[in-house]
Design a protein around this ligand. Sequence first.
Ligand SMILES: Cc1cc2nc3c(=O)[nH]c(=O)nc-3n(C[C@H](O)[C@H](O)[C@H](O)COP(=O)(O)OP(=O)(O)OC[C@H]3O[C@@H](n4cnc5c(N)ncnc54)[C@H](O)[C@@H]3O)c2cc1C
Length: 321
Amino acid sequence: MQSFEWVDAKSVAEAASLLAATSAQAPVVAKAGGLDLLDLMKERIVRPSRVVNLKSISSLGERTLDNSGLRLGTLVTLAQIERDAGIRSHYRALAEAASHAATPQVRNAATIGGNLLQRSRCWYFRNEHFHQVAEADHSEHQYHAIFDNSETVMVHASTPATALVAYDASVHLTRSDGSSQSVLLSEFLLPPSMQRDRDTAIADGEVLTHVSVPAITAGTRCAYFKQTERDSYDWPICDVAVVLQMSGDTIAAAKIVLGWVAPTPRRALASEELLVGRRVDESLASAAAAAAVRSATPLAKNAYKVDVLAAVIKRTILTAR
Ligand SMILES: Cc1cc2nc3c(=O)[nH]c(=O)nc-3n(C[C@H](O)[C@H](O)[C@H](O)COP(=O)(O)OP(=O)(O)OC[C@H]3O[C@@H](n4cnc5c(N)ncnc54)[C@H](O)[C@@H]3O)c2cc1C
């Protein structure tokens, strides 16, 4: 690993201004929990000359839950989300997603901001010896996309993102001049690319300060399920978040989001339409699952994901009910 300078940022403004000074010759990167960053540095995929530590800015670790919704400072860890009783009772799908990500050790260090900004887990991308392999040559694509896969077959890595997109979450970004913007998470996450140096719409010099989630209304039911190959910690074959707005026994509105099956978390719009105005039972959940996978375009080695996904969608809808 090449040597680099370490700076403990004292404020968001200072961090943003240090990050704005990045260049191809002297890359500057932010560090939150450091889990993904260190992996990328060890594989020589990221070679910073300066690392800006955000953990020295304590205000970025604050979280609030009130009538206006949930606000998670970027440094809130997955373990804190998992254990927060308020989040678990109001945003169960998010608490479940956080608690099924990675291992307890990782969740203690991994921050929600860093989690959303992590790069794809595609093994061609992650290994320095294969890092430059053209996307068309990603022939070992067992875990890759089964939807929207004509441009890239890589999938976005974050699993909490699946739940957060289902809740219409936004991310908030601040620049060194103090200006800031909010972006819907569904628009912030970009299809992973070997050519770009990020899988999100964050720009040089921007600090992700917090994630906000709209308030949950009465009658909301939600569930999250992550399907892995083995029972101990693992990356998903797919994950699914379902948020149902109930009016009595009838579904008034539905959000179904599919993770790890497309380059970014994907709304299952056909299934959502099918659910509205109906009461949930096994046959409706099966029909909604079938509608979701109808447009799948699996690759030679990942057709199995279509059946797994359909089963997980059905299970998650029934659990939400
Ligand atoms: C064994 C294992 C299993 C895992 N399983 C899962 C899983 O199932 N689901 C899942 O989602 N993840 C999983 N992960 C990934 C892990 O959750 C992420 O690596 C972690 O969440 C990244 O967060 P971090 O705080 O360490 O980010 P960092 O590594 O510090 O940062 C990640 C990126 O974001 C940038 N950055 C961080 N914060 C900011 C900010 N506030 N503003 C601007 N830029 C910023 C950094 O420069 C870096 O590029 C797993 C990891 C391991 C090791």
